[in-house]
Design a protein around this ligand. Structure first.
Ligand SMILES: [Zn+2]
Length: 92
């Protein structure tokens, strides 16, 4: 039977997508950023990151799909994008 992904703290995890894209502006002769954005090129396009996230304690988890295409938890992601009190540090 399928088990929905749960956080260690007991909350249901949510499927999270983050998009990143590059915005570029020319610098004017006076040294200020020009209001108008430069046209985006292919390499400025969205970069998508997907993971499972706990809305309560902000822990992030890696996921995968099982043989029936269902979202399953595979492990915790070390570190958090958003500042948080329970940030884990990568031990070497
Ligand atoms: Zn949690």
């Amino acid at each position: 039977m399928y088990q929905k992904p749960n956080c260690e703290c007991g909350s249901d995890l949510v499927f999270t997508q983050e998009y990143f894209y590059r915005e570029q502006f020319k610098i004017s002769n006076e040294g200020h950023r020009v209001e108008k954005r430069l046209r985006k090129t292919v390499e400025d396009k969205y970069i998508l990151e997907e993971y499972l996230r706990c809305p309560d304690c902000t822990t992030r988890y890696e996921f995968d799909y099982d043989n029936q295409g269902r979202i399953v938890l595979v492990g915790e992601i070390i570190g958090h994008l958003n500042g948080s009190d329970n940030v884990n540090t990568v031990k070497t």
